[in-house]
Design a protein around this ligand. Sequence first.
Ligand SMILES: [Zn+2]
Ligand SMILES: [Zn+2]
Length: 525
Amino acid sequence: MARRIAICVGLSVALAAASPDVTHAQTAQAVLQAAAQAMGTNTLRCVTYTGAGYVGLVGQNYDIRDDWARVELASFTRTINFEQRAAREERVIRQGSYPARGGGGIPIQGEQRQIQLVSDKFAWNVQGTNTVPQPAAAELRQLDLWLNPHGFIKAAMAPGANPILITRYESGALGGLSSVPMRRLNIISITVLGKYRVNGTINDQNLVERVQTWIPNPVRGDMNQEGEYSQWRDVSGVKFPGNFHHHTDWDDETQPPNYNGGHNSLTFNVKDLRVNDCGEPITVPQEAQKATIPPVQVQTTKLAEGVYYLAGQSHHSVAVEFRDFTVLVEAPQNEPRALAVIEATYKAIPNKPIRYVVNSHHHFDHLGGIRTAFHEGATIVTHHSNRDFYKQEVLTYAPRTLEPDRLSLHPPTEFAEGYQLETIQMKGTISDGTRNLDIYYVQGSPHAEGMVMAYLPRERILIEADIFTPPAAGAQMPATPPPAAVNLYDNIRAYRLDVQTIAPLHGRVVPFAEFLKFIGKSGTN
Ligand SMILES: [Zn+2]
Ligand SMILES: [Zn+2]
């Protein structure tokens, strides 16, 4: 008896070892076929759906502990043509009743219409009658097609997809705790576009209720991106969700300590749905076919002895020379930008290390280069309210598989020793005994909590980001001054700064008098 059991166990182990992949693949196929059947995916060639809801602007929260800055999605229309691997999306956003604080471009003036397209590996926007190629956005827009519930099933059933089945019990995904009965769910895991691990959760009604993946982000690395699909309805034999709810980054802000609250990036209810009736096929305009990603540029201008304005296409930096080292104000956007700015700094100020990088605020477009600057040897100087987020979730050892940067490829030793940041409360000064660079907390800024500005008292140059961006030379001054600029004026007064020149990190360098005109004041401060 004992012997027979031993033989049986031995046999079953041998069988399982011989063909575990075949068994799993067949089961995954069965799960996918049941889902395709229930959802009508095989008959769906294209779909157009409209809706309304809200958009969360990723990386633009007012306080790093808040959710993404939210604006109203007044209307939304999307056509996906799965056979063509193409999509067209039109959004109209406006501030609506959402709080007008924080975020690039917030409050939104009036309504903004955004028309974004993708077809295979080409992406472009339409502005009025103009085509604006978006080569850098093509891959993620293409990925997005396969995060749609039907797109996911199609991708997982495509030849060579090699889907993996994972089965588990789940209770918490609906936001409930012990009152939610545990459900047995099937997760199908595939690789999309040869690179992105995509996981679709299929429920007991054979509907795709969640699709999750990671997308590369200069601040967050492999950043969580997921869609939850609910309120399913039946239209012409195809089941489609009535509600889309997307997270960008983890929904973890309820767990103290809260370093980083941003997660809700898009929610809308579907109003109209058209199945297999999508009009003209999407054709790729000539401009979009020819477009390539423009190279990073730095234009160096000397503002004063040892002070250099390093202008970019959209985001600028300022390099300041000290006796034995250099200070860089801002390392924005991403690693390619940071490397170009670092190179331009060494060219303007040779043979000195960049000892400090002053970071103006936590918005991702101003933060995306600090990992590279830190790797280069700089200590990051910022407001103390940003400390936990930068230390725990930005300057981290975590691997980055989608777009590895220098810090993820090579962790320097001082990283482990923990010295990465210097923080200020109200004011800090970097000095070599002759030159001072003062860093001030911008009190009560409506743009972002934890905002700082930098001031060179001898040269009387103020460096700031996002709270005053001068309009193009000769352009009209605003009828009502933006609250963030008025608040900057109050801060300049409160700190008794005798500013002569403003070197903004967007726009262009202007005399202080032009700032006064901008906020509707004239004469002196
Ligand atoms: Zn900002
Ligand atoms: Zn900005």
